[in-house]
Design a protein around this ligand. Structure first.
Ligand code: G4P
Length: 532
């Protein structure tokens, strides 16, 4: 895409990204500081305070708190200097990886936060792998440098070896733990000093002319300076220089060192995102790729969230704008149903408040309240038939039956399950024999979350119980072959919430057998979420 003309300025200034990290590395704290510098909140502590207030309202949120996980994803927008940042929140727990995967289809880059004392942790690695599948550019923030941390070279080595990506230092820490005084900003030749006293202001940044500037002695104690000089010499020799092209291709990550809680290193990271992070990128679609600079508006749904406010039974479809300049009230074609929708009350998310979005450009994320028409994978256009690709649905790894505590309310249960299926929170299968549903998820914690949400949002106590099936596969092939296969395997056949045929079984052996006995039938573990 190198020969494309420059993007319109409004689009070129957008940076749409997600933060990936292992729980506790500091994602919430860093998000809060982004919002603080972006002017979206006035005071640090607000995101958390709001979080606490929310948590006292519901058991579901209580569970998030108890388990230290964030279940509900959202998107937030803020400005800093000339740039508009759209930060899409990813659920941190591994049980929600499918949701995370879809979230990452809506961003152009990821910020990877690691804890300086812990390095690359299990969840960091998993999320990183998901980013790699899409060649997403990754910028790294090594957090908690105010505490005792690992040796800088060791951290960098670990990232390089564990994640197989080149690492280039954008800054270099001076001293560790109690001795940590700040960082040398390699990219801008500045010395940034951390102020431990005030968590909301950023400490001094001193312009330095190279490593021999006499100002170094003024700010850095001799003992630390000698070690720093030695390290930076070694770093220059051993580590690759920043190559912006390699960063955009996802083969190199620049790393900043800092302390989110002390607001230290955060602004440098934000500037790094604007300077080295990508502009809104083209979107793969059928039958053609969508370019962000196209005049016509297009967007796609990557997440649906129901009951965001328990008092209003609304559903919000999160839409990533793929091209053009959208204005409030505009009519867009919902490609799957071929119907026009007037988008009259789209919302932008600023911290946890919602605001009406008067306009949106390619790269932005807007929320469209609706009554269930908009589903994950749906594309909106100005009339052209385009379907955004690459938003998969994965076969669940765990299946359970579900039983309502109140047998008279089975219709309610069906409604609740269908809603969660549309949200992408679970797969719901209806076996072709017998009554009842089978619910499939990626991780066991999701059953608890679902049970808690069904009770909270529908007033319906439910029990999940062992199912006779452990695997589900989507069935495809020509119509007659599928019908023949379904009739012959009646006890294994069901439908998903879109009405597509699935094959349910306990045994891998069964799946292999189908492969041998029915050469015209395909059993797949993923299904592209897309209109026909
Ligand atoms: P997460 O969203 O990635 O799970 O992490 P979060 O920001 O909630 O941070 C996890 C813990 O690490 C919090 O402490 C937070 O205050 C602390 N933390 C974040 N950044 C830094 C940092 O730069 N330095 C140090 N020393 N600590 C940091 P907590 O005790 O769990 O919560 P709280 O009581 O501080 O709110």
């Amino acid at each position: 895409m190198t020969n494309r003309p420059a993007l319109p300025a409004e689009i070129a200034r957008r940076r749409t990204f997600a933060i990936i990290s292992h729980p506790d590395a500091g994602k919430t704290t860093l998000t809060e500081k982004f919002l603080l510098f972006g002017g979206a909140i006035q005071m640090a502590g607000q995101v958390r305070a709001k979080g606490e207030a929310r948590r006292t309202r519901s058991d579901f949120m209580q569970m998030e708190k108890d388990r230290g996980i964030s279940v509900s994803a959202s998107a937030m927008s803020f400005d800093y200097k000339h740039f508009r940042y759209n930060l899409v929140d990813t659920p941190g727990h591994s049980d929600f990886s499918e949701d995370t995967y879809r979230t990452l289809t809506a961003v152009d880059a990821a910020v990877m936060v690691i804890d300086g004392a812990k390095g690359v942790e299990s969840q960091t690695r998993k999320l990183f792998e998901v980013c790699r599948l899409r060649d997403l550019p990754i910028l790294t923030f090594c957090n908690k440098m105010d505490r005792e941390s690992r040796d800088t070279f060791e951290i960098i080595d670990e990232i390089q070896e564990n994640l197989a990506i080149d690492v280039t230092p954008a800054s270099w820490p001076i001293g560790t733990g109690r001795d940590f005084i700040g960082c040398y900003d390699i990219l801008r030749d500045r010395l940034d000093i951390m102020d431990r006293a005030d968590r909301n202001t950023v400490a001094a940044s001193v312009e330095i002319k190279g490593l021999d500037d006499p100002k170094w002695e003024e700010y850095v104690p001799e003992r630390l300076l000698a070690q720093f000089r030695e390290e930076i010499e070694m770093a220059k020799e051993l580590l690759p220089k920043l190559d912006p092209k390699a960063v955009l291709e996802g083969t190199m990550t620049p790393i900043w060192f800092g302390s989110a809680i002390n607001s230290f290193g955060v602004r440098e990271l934000m500037e790094g995102i604007s300077q080295y992070g990508p502009e809104p990128q083209p979107q793969t679609a059928q039958p053609r790729t969508i370019l962000p600079e196209e005049k016509n508006v297009t967007g796609f749904v990557f997440k649906v969230q129901a009951n965001m406010d328990p008092k209003h039974r609304d559903r919000v479809a999160f839409v990533r704008m793929a091209s053009g300049h959208f204005t409030r009230g505009q009519k867009l074609t919902h490609v799957r149903t071929k119907k026009q929708m007037a988008i009259s009350n789209p919302v932008l998310f600023l911290a946890s408040d919602r605001e009406l979005a008067e306009e949106a450009w390619a790269g932005d994320i807007i929320g469209i309240p609706n009554h269930g028409q908009l589903r994950i994978g749906d594309t909106l256009t100005e009339g052209e038939v385009l379907n955004v690709k690459g938003i998969p649905s994965f076969a669940p790894e765990l299946l359970q039956g579900v039983r309502s505590g109140d047998p008279l309310k089975s219709k309610h249960l069906e409604k609740a399950l269908m809603q969660f299926a549309e949200e992408g929170a679970a797969k719901v299968f209806k076996p072709s024999f017998g009554s009842g549903f089978i619910v499939g998820v990626v991780g066991p914690l999701q059953f608890e979350v679902l049970a808690s949400r069904i009770e909270l949002e529908y007033g319906l106590p439910v029990r999940f119980e062992q199912s006779q099936f452990t695997s589900a596969r989507w069935v495809s092939g020509d119509k007659i072959a599928v019908e023949k296969f379904s009739t012959a395997n009646k006890l294994h056949i069901g439908t998903d919430s879109d009405g597509d045929t699935v094959y349910l079984t306990r045994l891998q052996w069964d799946i292999d057998r189908v492969g041998r006995d029915y050469p015209d039938i395909n059993l797949t573990a993923t299904k592209e979420m897309m209109a026909e």
